[in-house]
Design a protein around this ligand. Structure first.
Ligand SMILES: [Zn+2]
Length: 165
């Protein structure tokens, strides 16, 4: 099985065609759902959430993650300013609509509609690969793969944080 992982962080927005995109800190614009396509049909750990940029501001909508003020926000920040959208789950990733099929037979819808106009993060990785990767990362010379390893370790850390919440 091929390793698939996605880690996107930045300002999420909808393109004129309505596609979910994210502008990263470096200004790069990435089509979010295209990046998820290689994970469709696979067992994944996935987390998507609002993430305040530049520190938490309790007086701002979404603790500073929301850019909609004063307009009506799709995540409802105009009525619930302190709401912080956070989804995380483990299941088989499916699309149309985006969801996780859970091992207990249930389904968790992934509500990407609340992401545009918000700073946020999407992290996903195939589950068997997470375990494999942990073994591979132990004893691996970080210099071999450089930033790639840092990136993956950071993602594993974030994913395990989400798991313990
Ligand atoms: Zn909002």
């Amino acid at each position: 099985m091929k390793f698939h992982a996605v880690l996107l962080e930045g300002l999420f927005f909808a393109s004129p065609q309505g596609d979910l995109q994210v502008q990263t800190e470096t200004g790069e614009i990435i089509p979010v759902l295209d990046r998820l396509l290689p994970l469709v049909g696979q067992q994944v750990q996935l987390a998507v959430h609002h993430l305040p940029s530049g520190g938490v501001d309790p007086s701002a909508w979404g603790w500073g993650s929301c850019q909609w003020k004063p307009a009506e926000c799709p995540a409802g920040h105009h009525t619930r300013p302190n709401f912080l959208f956070s989804f995380s789950g483990n299941g088989v990733l499916l699309q149309d609509p985006w969801r996780l099929d859970l091992s207990d037979g249930g389904t968790s819808p992934i509500d990407f509609a609340v992401m545009p106009g918000h700073h946020g993060r999407l992290a996903a990785a195939t589950v068997p690969d997470i375990e494999k990767l942990k073994d591979e990362l132990i004893g691996l010379d970080a210099g071999v793969l450089g930033a790639k390893v840092d990136e993956l370790q950071e993602m594993l850390r974030k994913l395990s944080e989400d798991k313990t919440k």
